[in-house]
Design a protein around this ligand. Structure first.
Ligand code: ADP
Length: 691
C-alpha cells in the first residue's frame, strides 16, 4: 500500500487532457490518447481525484458528466467546486468518506466500494455505486481512480424490498418484545427490538456485540434457575444448527424471574437465510403468560372432567352391584318359596301361604325395578315437569286419606295441619308433588312403630311477591330414627340405614333419591333431622306460582265452551260408576255413549264416523277385554281418523308405573278415579286439538 506505482501512461494522459493539446505524434502520446478515448466512451462514469487536501478533481469522463447533466469538464468542476466532496450529496458525505477511509486502511488491494446519492444540475437526486482504487503516484501524489455507475433503479428497488421486508417482520413480530439478529458464524448479535430487561445487555446505541457473551448474560440475569441449563444449551450454536436442519424454525418455552415473580416466556429461533448453511438466525422472545394460563385452565378442566368421569364410573359400578344384590335377595326368596310350594303341593293351606309370599316378593321386585326406571327417566332428557293448577290442600288431604288406614293398623296417630296458609291454588306438577310427599309421609308410617305419632304440617311462607309463594312441608315422626352416620347418605341411591334393613322393613333405598331429584328439578330443597330411637323430621321447601282468579276462569271457560254438545264414548263396566260419571260429564254439556267393556268400545269406534266421538274415556280393568287391549285394538284400526281418536284412561290405579304403562299402550293421558272434573278439563285442554 505504501509502494509508489507506475501510472506513467495515465499521468501522460492526464497532462494531455489538461493541456487539451491534440497535436500528437509521439508513440506514447498516441497510446495515452487511445486510453482517453476508451475511457470517455465507457458507458459508466470514471473519475480521478486527489486523495489528499481538497480532494481536487483531476478527471471525469463523459458518462459521469452526463450523470450530473454537465456538458464540459469545466462546467462539472465548477458545479462540484472541483472536489470529490462536491460530488457526494451533502447528507451522505461524512459516512461515505469514513467508509472509504476504513476500507482503504483494511484492504490489501486499496479498493473500496460505497453507495451514495448525487445531486444533478437538473435538481434530480440519483443513487450511484462507487468502486474506488487508491493509488500513490510520483507525479500526481495520492489519487483515487473511481468507477461510478448509476444505481438509482437498483437501489430504489432494494430499498423498497427492504422496507417491505421490515414491514413483514414488524407485522409478524408484533407479539415479540425482543428480536435479535444473530450471526452464529461471526459470533455477533444485533438487536432489532429489545425489551427493557434485555436493553441492559447492550450499549445505549444498541450496537452489535458478541453473541456468546450475550447468551451467557441472558441466561444468568434473566432465566429462572429451573431452566437455566436448558436455555444455555438451546442458545449454543451447535444446538441451533441441529434444530434448524430439518425445520426453518423452532421454539422453546421457559420460565424467567422478574422481581422474584415467575413469568413464562417463549424463545423462537428462525433461520433467516434458509440456504442450507445455518449461520444467520433471528431470535425472538415473547411473553406467553396468557397462553400458559389458558393451557393450565384447560388442563384443570380436563383433570376435573377425568375425575368426574371416574367418580361417575365408580357410582355406576356401586349402583350396579347394589342393584344386583337388591335383586338377588327377593329372587332367592322367590325360588325358595316356590321350592317350598312344590314340596307342599298337597297341603292347600301351606301352599296358599307360600304363594302369598311369592306374590309379595314379586311386588317388591317390581317396585325396585319401577324405581330404577323412574330414576333413569328423571335423569333422561324426556323428563319434564308439567305446570298445572293444583290445590295444595286437596293433595295433602288425599295423602292423609291414603295413609291414615295404614297408620291406624299400627295404632299410629297421624295429624295434618296448615299453618299460615292463605293460598292453596298453585301451579305445579300435581302428580310429582304428590309422589314426593306421599313417599316421605309413607316412610314415616313405615319406620314408626306401634303407638307412634306422625305430624304432617304445611306452612306457607309469604313472599312480598303476589305471584309466588313458598311452602314448607314438614313430616315429623316418633319412629326408629336415623343414625348421624347414615343421615348424610339417605338421599343417595341404595343407602339404607342398617337398623331399618335389619328390622326387616322392605325398602329399595331409592325412594328418597327419587324424591330429592324431583324436588331439585322443581327448584326446591329437602333436609332431614333425626335421632335414633326418637324420630325423624323431613322438611321439603318449594316455591310455586300462585293461581290467579283470571287463570281459572279462562281455562274453565275455554274448555267448557269447546266441549259443550260433543259426544264421547264412556267405557265402564261398573254400573254405579257409569251412572255417576255419566251425570258428572253430562253437567259439562257432553253427550255420553256408554260401552260396558273394551270389546264393545272397539266395535263402537270402528262403526263410528270420524270425529263422531270427541274422545274415549276408558276404564282399565274390565271383563272380556280390558282398557289397554281395547286401546291397542283401536290404534290398529285401518282408518287413521278413527285409530287416532284421543283416549284417556280413567282408572283406579294411581301408581306412576300405571300411568306410564297407559301412555305406553297408546293412551293420551291417565286420570285416576274418582273422576276429578278440573283435572279432566286440564287434560282435555292438553290432549284435544280444536281447529
Ligand atoms: P327405602 O325404600 O329403603 O325406604 P328411601 O330412599 O325412602 O328408601 O329411604 C332411605 C333410607 O332412609 C331408609 O332405608 C331408612 O333407613 C331411612 N329413612 C327414611 N325415612 C325414614 C324415617 N322416617 N325414619 C327412619 N328412617 C328413615
Amino acid at each position: 500500500m505504501n509502494a509508489f506505482e507506475d501510472y506513467s501512461l495515465i499521468e501522460q494522459m492526464i497532462s494531455m487532457l489538461n493541456s487539451e493539446d491534440k497535436a500528437l505524434n509521439d508513440e506514447s502520446y498516441s497510446a495515452a490518447w487511445q486510453i482517453k478515448d476508451f475511457i470517455d466512451k465507457l458507458p459508466g462514469g470514471f473519475l480521478i481525484y486527489k486523495a489528499d487536501g481538497g480532494e481536487e478533481i483531476i478527471y471525469a469522463n463523459r458518462a459521469l458528466l452526463r450523470m450530473f447533466r454537465c456538458n464540459t469538464l469545466k462546467e462539472f468542476k465548477e458545479y462540484t467546486g472541483d472536489s470529490f466532496r462536491g460530488i457526494v450529496y451533502h447528507e451522505d458525505l461524512d459516512a461515505v468518506e469514513d467508509s472509504i477511509q476504513e476500507q482503504i486502511t483494511s484492504s490489501h488491494e486499496n479498493l473500496d466500494y460505497v453507495e451514495y446519492r448525487i445531486l444533478g444540475k437538473d435538481g434530480a437526486v440519483r443513487w450511484v455505486e462507487d468502486y474506488g482504487h487508491y493509488v500513490r503516484t510520483h507525479s500526481m501524489g495520492n489519487i483515487f481512480y473511481v468507477f461510478i455507475t448509476d444505481a438509482t433503479e437498483k437501489i430504489n428497488k432494494r430499498r423498497q424490498e427492504y422496507t417491505q421486508r421490515l414491514e413483514v417482520i414488524e407485522g409478524l413480530s408484533v407479539n415479540y418484545d425482543s428480536i435479535l439478529y444473530v450471526d452464529i458464524d461471526a459470533n455477533t448479535v444485533l438487536p432489532y427490538r429489545l425489551s427493557n430487561r434485555l436493553k441492559r445487555q447492550f450499549t445505549k446505541k444498541l450496537e452489535v456485540r458478541d453473541y456468546d457473551g450475550f447468551a451467557e448474560d441472558f441466561v444468568q440475569s434473566w432465566v429462572h434457575p429451573d431452566d437455566k441449563q436448558k436455555i444455555k444449551t438451546v442458545l449454543t450454536p451447535d444446538y441451533i444448527r441441529d434444530n434448524l436442519k430439518e425445520n426453518p424454525t423452532f421454539y422453546t418455552n421457559f420460565k424467567c424471574l422478574e422481581n422474584n415473580e415467575t413469568k413464562y416466556l417463549q424463545l423462537r429461533i428462525v433461520d433467516v437465510r434458509n440456504d442450507g448453511h445455518i449461520s444467520q438466525v433471528v431470535i425472538g422472545s415473547r411473553n406467553i403468560e396468557d397462553e400458559i394460563a389458558q393451557e393450565m385452565k384447560q388442563k384443570t378442566l380436563l383433570e376435573s372432567a377425568l375425575k368426574e368421569s371416574k367418580l361417575a364410573n365408580i357410582a355406576k359400578n356401586t349402583f350396579l352391584s347394589n342393584m344386583s344384590h337388591d335383586m338377588r335377595t327377593p329372587l332367592n326368596a322367590l325360588f325358595g318359596y316356590l321350592e317350598l310350594a312344590k314340596k307342599n303341593i298337597n297341603d292347600k293351606k301351606a301352599l296358599e301361604g307360600y304363594l302369598d309370599k311369592v306374590s309379595a316378593t314379586g311386588k317388591q321386585l317390581l317396585d325396585l325395578v319401577d324405581k330404577v326406571l323412574e330414576i333413569s327417566y328423571l335423569e333422561s332428557k324426556d323428563f319434564q315437569l308439567s305446570e298445572e293448577p293444583c290445590n295444595i290442600k286437596d293433595v295433602t288431604a288425599e295423602i292423609y286419606g291414603e295413609l291414615a288406614p295404614e297408620a291406624a293398623k299400627k295404632s299410629i296417630s297421624i295429624s295434618l295441619e296448615y299453618k299460615n296458609a292463605a293460598h292453596f291454588d298453585v301451579f305445579t306438577d300435581r302428580d310429582k308433588l304428590k309422589q314426593i310427599l306421599i313417599h316421605i309421609a309413607g316412610n314415616a308410617v313405615k319406620y314408626t312403630g306401634r303407638n307412634g305419632k306422625i305430624n304432617l304440617i304445611v306452612e306457607e311462607k309469604h313472599s312480598p311477591s303476589s305471584e309466588f309463594s313458598t311452602f314448607i312441608f314438614t313430616t315429623r315422626d316418633t319412629g326408629i330414627g336415623i343414625s348421624k352416620n347414615s343421615l348424610g347418605k339417605i338421599f343417595e341411591p341404595f343407602e339404607r340405614e342398617n337398623n331399618s334393613t335389619q328390622s326387616g322393613i322392605f325398602g329399595s333405598g331409592l325412594g328418597l333419591t327419587i324424591a330429592k331429584q324431583i324436588i331439585e328439578s322443581m327448584g326446591g330443597t329437602i333436609t332431614a333431622e333425626s335421632a335414633v330411637g326418637k324420630g325423624s323430621t323431613f322438611t321439603v321447601t318449594l316455591s310455586f306460582r300462585l293461581v290467579q282468579k283470571s287463570d281459572i276462569l279462562t281455562e274453565e271457560e275455554n274448555i267448557a265452551e269447546l266441549i259443550n254438545g260433543k259426544k264421547i264414548l264412556l267405557v265402564e263396566d261398573n254400573e254405579i260408576n257409569l251412572e255417576i260419571e255419566t251425570e258428572m260429564l253430562q253437567d259439562l254439556g257432553l253427550i255420553i255413549e256408554p260401552a260396558e267393556n273394551g270389546k264393545i268400545a272397539v266395535e263402537k269406534v270402528k262403526a263410528s264416523a270420524p270425529g263422531e266421538y270427541l274422545f274415549v274415556l276408558m276404564d282399565i280393568q274390565m271383563p272380556v277385554m280390558d282398557g289397554r287391549q281395547a286401546t291397542e285394538e283401536i290404534r290398529k284400526i285401518e282408518n287413521p281418523a278413527l285409530a287416532g281418536i284421543p283416549i284417556i284412561a280413567l282408572s283406579a290405579n294411581a301408581l306412576e308405573s300405571d300411568k306410564r304403562l297407559s301412555v305406553k299402550t297408546g293412551m293420551d293421558a291417565h286420570l285416576t278415579k274418582p273422576i276429578d272434573i278440573p283435572a279432566l278439563l286440564k287434560t282435555l285442554s292438553k290432549t284435544l286439538k280444536f281447529s
